[in-house]
Every structure is written in C-alpha cells, then in structure tokens.
Design a protein around this ligand. Structure first.
Ligand code: PYC
Length: 323
C-alpha cells in the first residue's frame, strides 16, 4: 500500500534505504524512486511538489546528485495520485530542482511500471504537478505520451547575449518553458557539447534577465543525421546538463511552434533527433487555433537498466549529495 512503501525505512545500521529503478530513454536517464521516499501528504501534485521542495529538498539531491548520481540524471518520485483514475502520481526532479513535466521520464516511467508488473500494454493516466497526462505502452515496448497542452507564447524574440550578440528565438511551453533557437551558427555534434553548453547557458541568462525569468530550458535546432528525421536538437536542462534524448517537453514546444507557423500539418509525424542520434516521433492535434494551443503526442523507447537500493548513512558528509 502506498503510505507504507513511501515511508523512509531504516535498517539495522541506521542507514536509510531508497529503492530505485533506473532506465534510459534515448540515452537520457530516469531514476524512479519506488519506495523509501518522503511522505508528502495529500492534495494536488502541485502542492505536494511544493512540500517536497520546502521540506525534503535534500532527499532530491541525495537521489540524483553525485556521489550516487550525476548532473544528467532526472529523478522521479512515485506518489499516490489524488485522482484515483490515474495509475500513479509522479514528481520529476533533477540536479537543481523540480520539473513541471518530463517526456523522456514519462516514457521511462511506463517501462518501469511494466517492469514492476503494475501496468500492461494500453492507455494509462498519470498525474503530474502540471496536469493529468495519458501515456500508452505499446506491445512493441515503445511508449507514447499525450502531453499537456503546449503553445508558443512569443515568436522571434531577440535578446542581447553578452559575448555572443543578438540571438533570436521563440518562447514556448511544452510542460516546461523553452527558448527555441534556429539561427546559432553552430554544428550540433557531440564533439561540440561544451561549446553548445556555454552558448545555451549564456542565452539562458540573457532571456532570464531580459523579460523571461520563467525560461529554464534552451533548445537549439539543426539538420539531422538520421535518415527520416526532420531535425536535430540540443536541449540544455535547468541544471546545465544537456538532454541525451530529444526531450519530450522540448519536442512538444517545437510542435507548438511548427503548428503556429503552419509548417507541420495536424496529425503529421515529426521525427526529432537528439544530439546523440536517438529519436522521438511527435505529432499534434489542435486544441484551440485562436490561442495556438496544441495537444502533442510523443513516442519513444526506454529500457530498464538497474534495480537497486540506495543507502543514506547519516555519518557520510556527502550523504545528501554534493550540491
Ligand atoms: O524529456 O521532457 C523531457 C525532459 C525534460 C528535461 C529532460 N528531459
């Protein structure tokens, strides 16, 4: 039963035990806490995310940060859903804080729930802090995420980026806030990851101080390498790591921009490639043409790659992660 599985447990030597399942979606890791997480009480997922942040933030850090994790790891805490028609509630987090939604993480969640025997192929509702989403586990092992409504808030915003100059991008919501840049003059290849990271970090500081404090993801686009793909991206996450997957929420934001520009027809497939060559298939349907809101669906593949128990020893000076 949920409350029992979520209670922090202690073994004989007073080390807290946290049961986790690791998966990766197109190369991007998701670490799901299935037992031993903090009790966040009841109420909406948005309220429980606030409680998580206010009272248990060091738990977040312990799970994903070094020495147990790394900047790339996205964590997810399973919680009892407020809406009982949902198979679970989930709060996603990373090395620096909390995510509204996470597309690759939801695909990882589907294969993890299947691995645990909690779901079978078919449609499942999942409660997140930014709304209820529907995800489908396909018999092939792929999973699709019908993401939250996504839209472009501003087209062609130009910011003055110190050390770079003017950079123009769109501001869009896909479950997280993105600044999407087409014209950057860089080659999106893994060999350039450091340069791309530096560029995006500078752009993010500029957009944050020049009118868009809410943006915490920067997304660059370029030509794909894989045949059949439409675009390659580089997505910088809030804690500076780049998404190894094509980013589900970032692809949703991209679909909203393509829809607004009339560049992708409703229902048509968009193959988004990541920096490392993994792909997601995206499509959208219109929710409201006047406000530009679309309902994106993102499909990808994830694999479970570890089941383990983290031990938190109070004598360890880095018990709660290196922050
Ligand atoms: O897939 O939505 C996503 C995501 C957000 C941050 C890392 N991955």
């Amino acid at each position: 039963c949920w409350p029992d599985t979520l209670r922090l447990t202690m073994n004989k030597s007073a080390r807290r035990q946290i049961k986790i399942i690791d998966s990766h979606t197109g190369g991007e890791p998701t670490r799901i806490v299935v037992a031993g997480g903090p009790d966040l009480g009841h109420g909406s997922l948005a309220t429980r995310r606030e409680t998580f942040q206010r009272e248990f933030d060091r738990f977040r850090s312990a799970v994903v940060n070094e020495p147990r994790g790394s900047d790339v790891v996205v964590g997810a805490l399973l919680v009892e859903p407020a809406d009982k028609s949902c198979v679970t509630g989930v709060i996603f987090f990373n090395n620096v804080g909390y995510l509204g939604m996470c597309g690759h993480g939801t695909i990882g969640l589907m294969v993890t729930l299947a691995h645990l025997g909690r779901i079978e192929s078919g449609e499942h509702k999942i409660e997140t802090p930014v709304g209820i989403i529907t995800a489908t586990l396909h018999p092939s092992g792929e999973a699709s995420v019908a993401n939250v409504p996504s839209w472009r808030a501003r087209k062609a915003v130009t910011v003055d980026v110190p050390g770079i100059g003017p950079v123009t991008g769109d501001v869009a919501w896909g479950g997280n806030w993105f600044f999407l840049v087409e014209q950057h003059g860089m080659n999106l290849s893994p060999a350039n990851a450091e340069q791309l990271t530096d560029y995006c970090w500078r752009v993010r500081q500029a957009v944050n101080t020049q009118g868009f404090p809410e943006i915490d993801h920067v997304e660059l686009f370029g030509p794909p390498a894989a045949s059949g793909a439409h675009s390659r991206n580089f997505v910088q996450c809030p804690g500076k790591a780049y998404d190894r997957s094509p980013c589900g929420t970032g692809t949703s934001a991209k679909l909203a921009c393509l829809a607004a520009d009339g560049k992708l027809a409703e229902g048509a497939t968009w193959i988004q490639e990541s920096l490392i060559g993994s792909t997601f298939a995206g499509r959208y349907s219109w929710l409201d043409r006047a406000s530009g809101k679309v309902a994106p669906v993102i499909t990808g593949t994830a694999f479970v790659n570890a089941e383990s128990t983290q031990l938190l020893d109070a004598r360890d000076p880095f018990c709660w992660g290196i922050r």
